[in-house]
Design a protein around this ligand. Sequence first.
Ligand SMILES: C[S@@+](CC[C@H](N)C(=O)[O-])C[C@H]1O[C@@H](n2cnc3c(N)ncnc32)[C@H](O)[C@@H]1O
Length: 311
Amino acid sequence: MTQPLLKWPGGKRQLLPHLRRFYPSSFNRYIEPFVGSGAVFFDLHASGRLRDHDVVLIDSNADLIGCYETVRDAPHAIADALERLAAAHAIDGDSHYLAVRNERFNPMRDRLRRADGGITYTPELAAMFIYLNRTGFNGLFRLNRRGEFNVPPGRYLRPRIADRERLARVAEALASTGVRLIWGGFERACEIAEHDDFVYFDPPYAPLTPTASFTSYTAACFDRDDQARLQKTVVGLARRGCYVLVSNSTADEIAELYEGCDVVRAAGLRTLRVAARRAINSNASRRGPVEEYLITNVTADSTYAQASQTS
Ligand SMILES: C[S@@+](CC[C@H](N)C(=O)[O-])C[C@H]1O[C@@H](n2cnc3c(N)ncnc32)[C@H](O)[C@@H]1O
């Protein structure tokens, strides 16, 4: 079993039992335009369903993609660096976290930033990214106005920082023949996807309330216009004959875009509500069960638990 390497806001491990029902029984390429911690990619990989398939993993977070590329290419160097970070963290977690974040990670990110805005990750930088992710507050990745990572330390008693085996399994999955990583926007999927490809979209969720802030994954948010552009992309790919699966919140703006939309139905897409648990919310009282949308043109596999269809 390959588990994701990173904690990631909106990570889909908890939703996997619902999502698995909508993995097509056969497909050509697998494309995931908001890959984050890659819960669905690693699940598909672990089940053997990606064997002999080309895979395209896309995310607009340059650090995430830079880290994955380096994990793929240099897992042992990263594991060595993580062990050193874990040993120092065990002595004084909070002050070590802040020193790594302010004195090493941010300055090194700056030095390795390219003209195109991407960051040329090294094993040392990737190890710090993973360390800050596993020990920082709720696995958030947040940048301030100056583009510096500014997440405070998390509250973990014994965080699992260095896990050589998991790192090796993740590296092996990312190094599989045919797996491609792309730093870019979700629209890249339109340039790539063809008939019979399986495309899973897990965008930053539209907030259920004006104060909920699930959309702050990077400095730039994912707003209403982005959600509307995404809906057009999803409809376009369904029309093209791709297998499409989308997860999103049941916010009113998403209901309008999918549940109440004739164009979506005409493209053969159905909108279902499933019960989920929100793992990451700064407000503990909002961590209870919520409903989420799955939007898909894949026929459900009846061997998995039921979801309730709304349109
Ligand atoms: C809900 S998370 C995905 C979580 C993922 N399914 C998992 O299991 O961890 C959304 C991801 O979309 C990325 N993102 C935000 N805006 C984007 C855009 N316009 N195009 C592509 N990726 C984007 C974020 O960096 C984040 O990793």
